[in-house]
Design a protein. Structure first.
Length: 291
């Protein structure tokens, strides 16, 4: 890929029984970046060099994605397994804690890591993913969000979602970016091909879908949430067609030290579509919450 520079290094780490691939740049405090669906580490290409000036940035391929292991069992993609992957990565890299950054599914995992292992997370940054409690409430009581989340229910079916995502040279993978984006120029043909190539790796499509196939048994059955004490920044592209802006309202009820930055005229793919603003807001938050 043309955007990889000599200072971006590929590596692997074994954690929680799987081998995960990651790209890293920089030295210092660990900043761990977790991508969403249907992405891989590449979705952080605009953030890695920016924050490598001050951090050891590690952009992970989550289990099931791109060059990471792809366990076949459905149970391998339960939220508990995904959380323990991240715990093992932080500890395996030799760090006591990190700045944890997540978008979409990576953001949901980041929320759960922060609650399960708060000692491992100094600061939390989530992009276009609501607090799990807010998401659960919306799926139970907000018909509009249920409609927006139609694909979650489609993905519960066997085989058909795999066929749809593979059809016509993985066209749905590419169109998921282009169709949702406000600024379509944010995704070059090379970018879209990178995502299609990652999804085309053997076993990847089913693995990626298995995140959703475990969602109702793991994500949406927790009723009690403590007040999170970790300084948290939420960045939200306001034109997200999958997740309504109202999901962000009153998140401060669940997070003691909470800041939100909205980005207008921007889709779900916020860090790729408006990278300069995302980098600016992340940098301001980190500078304010040093230590």
């Amino acid at each position: 890929m043309s955007t990889i520079t000599d200072s971006w290094q590929d590596d692997y780490i074994i954690t929680n029984g799987v081998k995960l691939h990651y790209v890293t740049q920089g030295e210092g405090k660990l900043m761990l970046m977790l991508h969403g669906f249907p992405e891989f580490w590449y979705s952080w290409r605009h953030q890695i060099p920016e924050f490598a000036k001050d951090y050891k940035v590690v952009a992970l391929d989550l289990r099931g994605y791109n060059d990471s292991d792809k366990p076949k069992d459905l149970s391998a993609y339960r939220i508990t397994e995904l959380v323990n992957d991240i715990k093992g990565v932080i500890q395996g890299l030799g760090d006591e804690s990190c700045v944890l950054v997540g978008h979409d599914w990576g953001g949901m995992i980041a929320w759960y890591v922060a609650y399960t292992y708060p000692e491992l997370v100094d600061k939390l940054i989530v992009l276009n993913i609501p607090h799990p409690a807010k998401f659960t409430q919306a799926l139970r009581s907000n018909p509009q969000q249920l409609l927006r989340s139609w694909y979650v229910f489609l993905f519960q079916l066997p085989l058909l979602p795999e066929l749809l995502l593979q059809w016509d040279d993985y066209q749905l993978i590419a169109s998921s970016f282009i169709d949702m984006a406000i600024d379509k120029s944010a995704f070059s043909e090379a970018d879209l091909n990178a995502y299609k190539d990652a999804a085309a790796k053997r076993g990847a499509i089913t693995a990626m879908l298995n995140y959703y196939r475990n969602a109702f048994s793991g994500l949406f059955n927790q009723n009690q949430w403590d007040i999170l004490q970790i300084p948290t920044l939420m960045i939200w592209g306001e034109n997200d067609t999958a997740l309504g802006k109202e999901l962000t309202y009153n998140t401060k009820d669940y997070v003691q030290y909470f800041q939100i930055r909205y980005i207008p005229n921007c889709s779900h793919w916020v860090q790729q579509e408006q990278p300069q603003l995302v980098n600016q807001y992340m940098g301001e938050f980190l500078a304010k919450n040093q230590g």
